[in-house]
Design a protein around this ligand. Structure first.
Ligand code: COA
Length: 662
């Protein structure tokens, strides 16, 4: 694979977002892709083409239903609804694709049919119009090698439901111009998707995992029933393979894709014959499956885990996809609770080896690892590292939790900084969040329930989370936060500790902890009063009420150093800021600081919002005690203790339990 930025938004595209896109095929996924594009690209004209008028009517109705549901739930604004409705054109006439910037084929999985469609598309559109296919299995080489201008073509493989599921595989095949792949990655990342680059192997990356997981389940029907197998699988996925196959009417797909894999890679991939003779399965919703006898459950578990690990090591060994992309893709696209490599980490080497040995005995031919186990499980999972000249750009990529900070993200950020800090060719760092929605939604709330009511554990947690932040305090090389969207709680506290902050104009900051019944314990009770004393009153009010601070106001207060009107220039501006801060990093003042008086007039507002007076009092006392502390270190300790005190309140128990069980 070619060298490329890990964060697609670092790429400078040669053309803007598409203004006119044609989707060929109004089955299920075509309209869903169309709805995603219409929602994400304001002013887009989307031409949906099919040979069947009924399919087009159904597609329009489907998109209208999404709009109405979105409006009813306040997920879609009236303005967005208007642009979706106005932008959609349905037609039986292929000629209507003329003038499209991008034609996306989502027709039946049939090679000859698709090749005919591409030839026809090429006869209508210009030489630079992008042409992509949504095939889940057919290699790009086979699809596009007959085109006159194949460089503008590739596979862009979406996952159901395509308007919600962020994962999209973008295939880097030998005939594609590198700029085609990079532009598509950029378009996807700029419009809320998570593009995952894969090599041009049959079934690419994620369908190899999914199809073989399902196929193995089919083969195991000789020892267990479908609901029993689904029940075993639910340890690893949100819904078992048979339940999902029913939803997706997926039996013929398994026959098709596993036959294809068998033809190319060997008979061990042959589909389980049962998939050719059964339409649907008797299944129960997740959680409702009967338990198999223990020895049966163990055999099924070994085979399912075995095939999952076998496919994963094969994908990595053959460089079909990267470790971080495989891990994330399995979670985002396929509904795994955690990815296969973290599963491998958790199983340990001995158990992994046992399971893979058993698979090798029972399923000869299935891939086995080519490298030592640590290679598969030792990688950066959530932080992308890029070099832009002499600046290292660190991108938090955890889209499933709006880039929230868990222990691993904190550790990976710190390790990446330490790894590059001493390099004389590195001028400094930028920290940003993946995509355009969130810089970081704060500390991982899922981690909190385990420490509620335990003051010592909570205090230690806050101190541990702060290892990255106190390291930033000690640095001479500048670190700039490039705030690309919401920066909440711990995300804002991370930005505060960077030596400079640049933000897109529509970004916003918030300390919502009080709404969860806790105090923002890793710097927010301390740092603003030392760095931006003029904004102290605003910070007190934000902390007590959990109110939002728009990036524009933050810039007026001096908290944000520079605003950029458009996300496209954010990372460039942040990089330039690193250079302007070189040799000029100033430490956070250590001594006691003055605080403004605040009155209790806004407390009724807090009470109306259901906030806890007990928690607000802990927060206020901590702000005062931290301001009076003689050193920054002592002030930070006040914050850790305040977090611990609030973690033991009834308000925290209630609010956090509510969030987590939502
Ligand atoms: N920790 C863990 N997960 C988080 C998270 C956090 N801080 N913030 C968001 N997420 C997760 C959500 O649980 C959700 O996961 P799910 O799809 O598995 O349910 C996903 O990110 C998307 O968030 P969602 O709440 O569905 O998006 P939204 O647009 O409806 O709301 C927010 C966005 C930011 C308002 C909402 O997610 C929120 O309030 N997050 C908590 C922010 C916070 O209090 N941070 C401080 C923590 S100390």
């Amino acid at each position: 694979m070619t060298d490329r930025f890990a964060n697609p938004l670092l790429y400078r595209p040669g053309r803007p977002l598409p203004a006119r896109v044609a989707v060929i095929g109004a089955g299920t996924i075509g309209p869903d892709i169309g709805y995603y594009l219409l929602s994400a690209i304001p002013g887009l004209e989307l031409v949906l083409v099919d040979v069947d008028p009924d399919a087009l009517h159904a597609a329009s109705a489907r998109i209208e239903a999404y709009v109405e549901k979105g409006l009813a739930r306040d997920k879609v604004t009236p303005e967005q609804a208007r642009t979706v409705r106005e932008g959609l054109v349905t037609t039986l006439d292929y000629e209507a694709i003329a003038g499209a910037d991008w034609v996306l084929e989502a027709a039946t999985e049939n090679l000859e049919l698709k090749r005919d469609i591409f030839a026809r598309i090429e006869s209508i559109v210009g030489d630079t119009t992008l042409i992509t296919s949504n095939t889940s299995s057919l290699p790009a080489e086979r699809l596009f090698s007959g085109l006159t201008h194949p460089g503008r073509s590739t596979v862009t493989h979406f996952f159901a439901p395509a308007f919600q599921n962020p994962a999209v595989e973008v295939i880097d095949w030998s005939g594609a111009d590198p700029a085609t792949v990079e532009y598509l990655r950029w378009v996807f990342a700029a419009t809320g998707k998570v593009p995952l680059v894969t090599a041009d192997a049959v079934c690419f990356m994620l369908d190899r995992v999914f199809d073989n997981w399902c196929n193995e389940a089919g083969l195991m029907l000789t020892v267990a029933t479908a609901p029993e197998i689904d029940g075993v699988a639910e340890e690893f996925v949100h819904a078992g393979p048979f339940f999902v196959l029913n939803l997706a009417h997926g039996n013929p797909i398994i026959v098709e894709t596993n036959t294809l894999q068998a033809e190319v890679e060997g008979d061990h991939y042959r589909p389980a014959p049962v998939f050719g003779s059964v339409d649907s399965w008797l299944t129960f919703p997740p959680g409702g499956n009967p338990a198999a006898a223990p020895e049966v459950a163990a055999a099924v578990r070994d085979r399912l885990v075995g095939v999952l690990l076998s496919q994963s090591v094969d994908i990595i060994d053959r460089e079909i996809g990267s470790r971080a992309d495989l891990e994330l893709g399995c979670v985002l696209a396929l509904g795994f609770r955690r990815g296969p490599l973290v599963l491998m980490r958790n199983l340990g080497d001995t158990e992994t080896e046992r399971i893979l040995d058993r698979l090798a005995r029972e399923r000869p031919g299935m891939p086995t690892p080519a490298r030592p186990p640590e290679f598969y499980r030792t990688f950066r999972r959530h932080v992308l590292v890029d070099r832009v000249g002499d600046v290292v750009v660190l991108t938090i990529r955890r889209p499933q939790a709006l880039n929230a900070l868990d222990d691993e993200v904190n550790r990976e950020l710190l390790e990446a900084i330490v790894e590059h800090e001493a390099d004389p060719d590195v001028a400094g760092f930028v920290i940003t969040g993946y995509g355009t929605r969130a810089f970081c939604a704060g500390a991982d709330i899922d981690r909190f329930p385990s420490m509620l009511g335990d003051a010592a554990a909570s205090e230690q947690y806050a101190r541990d989370c702060s290892l990255l932040l106190t390291h930033l305090d000690s640095m001479d090389k500048p670190v700039v936060a490039a705030v690309n969207g919401m920066a909440l709680g711990g995300g804002f506290e991370l930005a505060m500790r960077c030596h400079g902050i640049v933000a897109v104009e529509d970004a916003w900051f918030q300390l919502p902890e009080v709404t969860l019944g806790i105090a923002p314990g890793i710097g927010a009770l301390v740092v603003p009063y030392r760095r931006w004393p003029g904004a102290a009153a605003r910070f007190v009010s934000m902390t007590r009420l959990g109110s939002r601070l728009a990036a524009t106001e933050a810039a007026q207060l001096g908290v944000v150093d520079e605003l950029v009107p458009h996300p496209d220039s954010l990372l460039e501006t942040a990089t330039a800021r690193v250079h302007s801060l070189a040799g000029a990093v100033t430490p956070i003042p250590g001594g006691p600081v003055e605080l403004p008086e605040w009155d209790e007039a806004d407390l009724p507002e807090a009470m109306l919002a259901g906030l806890s007076p007990e928690v607000i009092a802990i927060i206020e006392n901590a702000i005062r005690a931290a301001a009076a502390a003689e050193t920054l270190g002592a002030a930070l300790e006040v914050g850790y203790r305040a977090f611990a005190a609030t973690a033991c309140t009834e308000a925290a128990r209630q609010r956090i339990t509510e969030f987590v069980s939502r």
